[in-house]
Design a protein around this ligand. Structure first.
Ligand code: URP
Ligand code: ZN
Ligand code: ZN
Ligand code: ZN
Length: 483
């Protein structure tokens, strides 16, 4: 069976042009004028773009005494409805648990996925077993390792553990990732705030100001530099963290920053709502920030100092959020956004002129595929690429609401936002996976995507570090061994 997309304008990270796209066997087999196929999808008035890739989700994540409400079934259904055709979720070993054991658990969870997926592996503790298994994880096509610098007492790792893991990543050609917040300071500030009677959700924002994120980002960049490995900073939410990334990039370091659609479009005033539920539903780490920080993130996307837009989709229900009534440190941290990332970014980025259409494709898909070692299989409109595509109607409008969203959560942090720009069709490996407001890809359609280690940045950085490594000065009459 072949499918042809006709009458559309192709938009990629670097080109905009009119052409038809012919698909067979799940891949793009031709791009050009006057193509024909058995099934015809009309893209009149639409843009044909690579499907979104969300590099940061937590589906059915065990966290803070509960599990995030969206699993791979509802989460990937939400993804397709919003034009996202692939997610990268975090496999999370409990401290002391083996990486391969955790991977088995995530393999099982993901069997229900409606769209393609991959995993990052979290390093939540350090030891010989982790060192050894990292190699096996990379051999399975999981080429990125996440480190939490926050969540003291559960997921947090210390600098020595991060340094050991980053050096291992350098050897394996993998990309270390960090959740950058100073967990020691956050823990102490939380205790003090609670003792002073700041028990509501606003206490969460007070406990983790932008400085703690800026410090941790800077520290992680230094550790990666010492280890000789690139670094990916997740959920970059503030100017201080962006500044650290910007400075590192200007100094030739290989660092990528990932703002979330939530931080770009929602601000800290949400935490001061008199409605406890409203404020608690928005509790996530890092917290939402003010306009100064939001402007910095938008500028970073436009200038290229920030590289990807993600969701960190980690949805909880109102009932789950209420675990933290009377103590903000017990409110499960996380918000949803999988269905809304692309429409929100288009509406607030492209239609306002803060981003070009090509930049939109770069930060939602192509950059992610390149950094994560799966380009051009994913993130491209090219012959031979997987036909993960969106036929994007820039005139289509809707009002975001929990009443009509796919997520299992009973609310939506973007409730009431009117978005312009929606998928008319979403294709997953050539299959029409979303059409006319309905997800049509069956449960289990999603496949695991193995990624390739030793990307160009890892290789270049290894060469440079080898060339500039410290060398002893040879002095006449003084033996180098010191004997
Ligand atoms: O609050 C958040 N971000 N929850 C999900 C876990 C994480 O830190 O990414
Ligand atoms: Zn995080
Ligand atoms: Zn996360
Ligand atoms: Zn389903």
């Amino acid at each position: 069976m072949s499918t042809v997309i006709k009458n559309g304008t192709i938009v990629t990270a670097d080109l905009t042009y009119k052409a038809d796209v012919l698909i067979e066997g799940g891949q793009i087999i031709a791009i050009g004028a006057g193509l024909s196929g058995e099934t015809v999808l009309d893209a009149t008035g639409c843009y044909v773009m690579p499907g979104g890739i969300d590099p940061h989700t937590h589906l059915e994540m065990p966290f803070m005494g509960t599990y995030s409400a969206d699993d791979f079934e509802s989460g990937t259904r939400a993804a397709l409805a919003g034009g996202t055709t692939m997610v990268i979720d975090f496999a999370l070993p409990a401290p002391g648990e083996g990486l391969l054991d955790a991977l088995k658990v995530w393999d099982n969870k993901a069997a229900r996925a409606h769209c393609d997926y991959s995993f990052h592996m979290a390093v939540t503790w350090w030891g010989e077993q982790v060192f050894d298994e990292m190699q096996k994880v990379v051999a399975r096509g999981i080429t990125s390792f996440k480190h939490f610098m926050a969540y003291k007492g559960s997921l947090m790792v210390n600098d020595d553990e991060m340094f050991a893991s980053f050096k291992r990543c350098a050897e394996l050609g993998a990309v270390p990732m960090v959740h950058a917040e100073n967990g020691d300071i956050v823990a102490e500030m939380s205790t003090k705030l609670l003792a002073e009677g700041n028990t509501g959700p606003e206490g969460h924002a007070y406990s983790r100001p932008s400085q703690v994120e800026g410090e941790a980002t800077n520290r992680a960049i230094m550790i990666a530099d010492m280890a000789g490995v690139p670094l990916y900073v997740v959920h970059t939410s503030c100017e201080e963290a962006h500044e650290a990334i910007r400075r590192a990039k200007m100094n030739g370091k290989r660092v990528w920053g990932e703002p979330l659609i939530q931080h770009l479009t929602l601000d800290e005033s949400e935490y001061f709502s008199e409605d406890w539920d409203h404020a608690a539903r928005r509790v996530m780490s890092p917290p939402f920030r003010n306009k100064k920080h939001q402007d910095s993130l938008w500028a970073g996307l436009a200038s290229g100092t920030l590289s990807c837009v993600a969701t960190d989709h980690c949805a909880f229900t109102t009932e789950q959020k209420r675990y933290g009534l009377g103590d903000f440190t017990k409110i499960p941290n996380g918000t949803g956004g999988l269905e809304d990332r692309l429409p929100m970014l288009w509406s607030e980025g492209v239609t306002t002129g803060r981003l070009t259409m090509n930049e939109f494709v770069a930060v939602t898909s192509t950059n992610i595929a390149k950094i994560m070692g799966m380009y051009p299989k994913k993130g491209a409109v090219l012959v031979g690429a997987d036909a993960d595509l969106i036929i994007w109607d820039p005139q289509a409008r809707k009002t975001i609401s929990a009443k009509s969203h796919q997520s299992a959560s009973d609310y939506n942090v973007f409730e009431g936002k009117v978005v312009t720009g929606l998928p008319r069709y979403t294709l997953s490996r050539g299959l029409v996976a979303f059409a006319e407001g309905k997800v049509t890809a069956p449960e289990g359609h999603g496949e695991f995507v193995a990624r390739t280690p030793m990307g160009a940045e890892n290789r270049a950085l290894s060469s440079w570090k080898a060339l500039t490594a410290p060398r002893p000065v040879v002095r006449a009459g003084i033996p180098a061994s010191g004997v």
